[in-house]
Design a protein around this ligand. Structure first.
Ligand code: R2B
Ligand code: URA
Length: 295
């Protein structure tokens, strides 16, 4: 199914500054720079997304000319870290919806100005599992806000605006099909709750303050689980809603680093953290290889 792209009619394609990326349509030819992009991969940490860029370089079998290295193309903007590996972009989005939404607005404008054909946006993240084993990869179908509604609700011009927060069905199916018999981890499909805070909004009792009991927390987490929600993170509703609103295919692929029904503290060894963080990369890497092999 072809998605139809909806974009702001106020934009001047000849004169737009993607301020937080440090690109502009005035002095740069974005079509020449990015017209070949098929997949935009985003993740919270700059370090992880640089690692993913190297991983993609490796699995796509690209060789950099001797004496060169992968450079952060947005280094002068000092906000996100951004790498291009052939038709793949790997860019960090920081933590939470405000940070990711700024990146997303500018990335959607970038792929539009660059005339990219049906680009796919994927978030590779970490999350807290709800009744699933740590290390499980969750591919989100519906995103839920902190009130457990399947919308992203935020304020525009002093009014609450709810937007549908659903990811692209076809992309989800294709990502699930990337499971291999040899994998030592599960891939599950389900709901994801996205919150505006890591501690109280996720019902943790180990923040700097906590005005509820362990029993209140578990009552809430069981309610979350009963909705079909498999994990909790901090970006899914906004990501699903903004991409859907613009007609961009998107998917959220997150590994769980804790089962929240068993506790709050994340105490993984650096080795296990790295192993878990590689899992979304492995799945998305297979998805991209398969996509490019079909084209
Ligand atoms: C998952 O991990 C981060 C918080 O630790 C946040 O960006 C998220 O969604
Ligand atoms: N990221 C979150 O937002 N929550 C968790 O519990 C783990 C990672």
């Amino acid at each position: 199914m072809k998605m139809s792209r909806k974009i702001n009619v106020n934009l001047d394609p000849e004169n737009d500054f993607l301020y937080h990326l440090g690109f502009d349509t005035n002095s740069q030819n974005l079509e020449e720079m990015f017209g070949d992009v098929r997949v935009v991969c985003m993740g919270g940490s700059a370090h992880r997304m640089e690692g993913f860029a190297h991983y993609m370089l490796d699995i796509l079998g690209y060789n950099l000319p001797i004496g060169t290295k992968l450079d952060d193309m947005t280094i002068n903007a000092h906000r996100y870290s951004f790498f291009k590996i052939g038709p793949v972009i790997s860019v960090s989005h920081g933590m939470g919806m405000p940070s990711m939404s700024i990146l997303l607005h500018e990335m959607i404008k970038l792929v539009t100005y660059a005339k990219c054909k049906d680009p796919i946006f994927i978030r590779l993240g970490t999350s807290g599992g709800v009744g699933v084993d740590p290390g499980t990869v969750v591919i989100t179908d519906k995103a839920y806000n902190e009130l457990l509604h399947n919308v992203h609700e935020f304020c525009i011009l002093g009014k609450r605006v709810p937007r549908e927060a659903v990811f692209d069905e076809e992309t989800i199916k294709q990502l699930i099909a990337c499971k291999s018999e040899e994998d030592s981890f599960d891939i599950v499909n389900g709901g994801t709750m996205g919150t505006n805070d890591f501690y109280e909004a996720q019902g943790r009792i180990d923040g700097a303050v906590c005005d509820y009991t362990q029993e209140d927390k578990l009552e809430f987490l069981y309610k979350v689980q009963a909705k079909g929600i498999k994990n909790i993170e901090m970006e899914a509703p906004m990501f699903a809603a903004l991409t859907r609103h613009c007609g961009i295919r998107a998917a959220d692929v997150c590994v769980t680093i804790i089962n929240r029904l068993n506790g709050d503290q994340v105490s993984l060894s650096p080795e296990l953290k790295h192993e878990f963080e590689m899992r979304p990369q492995i799945v998305v890497g297979r998805f991209i290889k398969e996509l490019l092999s079909r084209e």
